[in-house]
Write a protein that binds this ligand. Structure first.
Ligand SMILES: [Zn+2]
Length: 321
């Protein structure tokens, strides 16, 4: 099996509706699989005799939907280049040594998503999370079907800008590249809300945060046991409005926290949300960082495409780089 990285360029108006995208090709005998964005298109019906056939400058292939694509290999892009190749090449951390080449693409991911289950801890005043069984196999039905009842802000989830801004976009318009790529995790030992001085101290012991970076804060919230079984803790550590402005000024792409809201419960919760959203910083909340240490990671994190919704559960995976 051979893995290479390439660019896909649409060559007709009927092809994929983007100008350029990176793709990873895994070649085995008589089979090509193209992985990109939201999934994989199996190109087994368009076999290549051997891997050398795709090393030419341009090769016309047809996808499952018979959309014409041209594969081209820029001179600077080598075989066996790592995943996130396009993003890394544009990212300030692209200089760092890459631990996971494409051949390890499936390995070492850590799931830092909390489960969603009936009766789990939710925001005070909101209906309890509940699953109704519409049909069940052991009751004699053909299939099990569950009806879900829970807030868009349950468990590990993402906020959309329209959660706090009347003109903000909804979660279905989340730019997926924001959820894919390098992420830094900072351990913040704070007794109250996260303050700018905590973030200054993190930068001082690591390196400055640069525009477009993603950051997850591991606070004392993560030192509690499985808090989703406990009553809602109004004393959780959130990001104070001043620290939220600090994050906005750094132009981060995404900020994440380890309890159910990015802002403190008692004071400044809306201000924190608005400071981040107005600076185009995407927010994820309730990340399970109990076993995760400060450091450099990469992340896969995507919300459901819920049209009009102000938030969505996410599945989030990280791994060390
Ligand atoms: Zn939320």
């Amino acid at each position: 099996m051979k893995t290479v990285t390439a660019c896909l360029l649409p060559i007709s108006r009927n092809s994929i509706p983007i100008q350029r995208m990176d793709a990873a090709l895994t070649l085995s005998r008589g089979d090509v699989r193209v992985n990109w964005g939201s999934g994989a298109v199996d190109m087994a019906r368009q076999p290549l005799r051997d891997a050398n056939q795709v090393t030419s400058q341009q090769k016309l292939l047809h996808s499952e939907q018979s959309r014409p694509l041209v594969l081209s290999y820029p001179a600077e892009r080598q075989r066996d280049s790592p995943c996130w190749s396009m993003e890394r090449s544009m990212h300030p951390r692209s200089r760092l040594k890459i631990k996971h080449p494409m051949s390890n693409w499936y390995e070492n991911w850590i799931d830092v998503t909390y489960p969603i289950f009936p009766g789990m801890t939710g925001w005070p005043g909101q209906p309890e999370t509940k699953f109704d069984t519409l049909s069940c196999i052991h009751c004699g039905d053909q299939a099990k079907v569950t009806m879900l009842h829970f807030s868009a802000h349950s468990g590990t989830h993402m906020d959309a800008p329209n959660h706090f801004m009347a003109e903000g976009i909804d979660i279905s318009r989340f730019p997926v590249h924001v959820g894919l790529g390098p992420v830094r995790i900072a351990a913040i030992d704070c007794e109250g809300p996260v303050l700018p001085e905590h973030l200054d101290a993190y930068e001082a012991r690591t390196r400055p945060l640069e525009p477009g970076e993603r950051l997850l804060l591991r606070t004392p919230n993560s030192d509690k046991a499985f808090w989703l079984q406990d009553p809602f803790d109004t004393e959780y550590r959130g990001i104070g409005p001043e620290a939220a402005k600090w994050i906005g000024q750094r132009k981060l792409a995404l900020i994440g926290v380890d309890y159910l809201s990015v802002g403190p419960f008692h004071q400044g919760n809306p201000q924190t949300h608005r400071a981040l959203m107005s600076a185009n910083v995407w927010i994820i909340e309730g990340v399970d960082l109990r076993k995760i240490a400060e450091g450099d990671y990469e992340m896969i994190c995507l919300p459901l495409k819920l049209a009009g919704s102000d938030g969505s559960p996410i599945r989030i995976l990280i791994r060390e780089v």
